[in-house]
Each structure stands twice: as C-alpha cells, then as structure tokens.
Design a protein. Sequence first.
Lengths: 112, 112
Amino acid sequence: SAVISQKPSRDICQRGTSLTIQCQVDSQVTMMFWYRQQPGQSLTLIATANQGSEATYESGFVIDKFPISRPNLTFSTLTVSNMSPEDSSIYLCSASSGTEAFFGQGTRLTVV
Amino acid sequence: GIQVEQSPPDLILQEGANSTLRCNFSDSVNNLQWFHQNPWGQLINLFYIPSGTKQNGRLSATTVATERYSLLYISSSQTTDSGVYFCAVAGFYGGSQGNLIFGKGTKLSVKP
C-alpha cells in the first residue's frame, strides 16, 4: 500500500488568489491523479498528473485554472488559480501502480 | 464512459443491525474499490475487489463481474460505521487508464 501526505489539510482563501496543494507519496508510483469533491457530491477526476510532461485534463477542467506539476514519481502539486466561491471543495490526490488506488487525506478549501 | 450506480442513497440503522450496499456498473472493469469517507473527508480503503469475495472483520464484499455488480456487507453495525460509502471502478479502456469513476455514494447513519 502507499501512504499519501497532502498539504495543506484545509485553507480559507480570498477570491482572486491562488492556492497550491502538495501531494507526497512514500513510494514510487506509476500514476497520480487529482480529484475534486464539491459539497455533498461525489468525487470527480480533474486530471492525471504525468511525470515529466503536461497533465491530462478531463472535460470541464483546463490547465489555466488547475495547473498541475509532477516532477518525479513521488510528488505532485495542484494549483487552484484565480479562485471564486464556486471552487470551495475538497481536493484529493490519488496514487496507483496499476491495481489498488490510495488517497491522501484531502484539502478542504473554502473561498470567501 | 462507465456508469456507476449505488443503492440505497441513504440508510439509517440501529446499532447492531446488518446492512447490504449495492453497486451496479455498466461495463467490464479491471478495478473495483469500496471506500468509507469519514466526517473529516478522508477516504478509507475498504476493499480492492474487481472480482470474488473478501472479508475484513465485520465487513465483507462480493463482486460478480459477469453480472456487473458488487455488494458490501456490514454486520453488527456500530456508530463509527457512519459516513458515506463509495464504490469506484476503473475500466479497461479510455484515455486515462487507471483512474477511478465514483458512484454517488450511500450515506449511512448508525444510531445508538
């Protein structure tokens, strides 16, 4: 199994600002993903973080709004840019090596 | 893409009761996982079960891949079992191999 550390665990941000969320895995993994969970909803995939290349975004998510980096096999960041109250959600990092997927504890973001 | 349906959406139990949660999916999958999301938003891995049956204490799960459904059994429920239970699957095809598609969840409340 993989242990995933995600930080910050929560934050309250002003609209128009940006927040970068970090995700550290305790072992090398093949795949890393970022998900969003809006209040009272299920999880939706934002993008697949590709090591050394641009992330692959799902429909409805764009790089300018959610830039993602993955400089190596154990670390990734997600930035939520130019935030609005509609971005208030839980953001979760996930890692997998092709079988079972594991999740970080999530970042609870509130935009005011 | 694959559709994932969970039932029931809400479930209220008295402590000590047993329950069965169901997950139907619309296509063949190479990954199926059950998660418990606690009140703080953290996703806890319960089972990685693309097929077959597994048991872990009071919890067990069965996936019948040929009929495209999975069941999660909770026996002798406790108040700490409260939360949202998610079923998530990954298909064999698609641009983002390995990423999970989540159902809408079953919200379980166990009353003392």
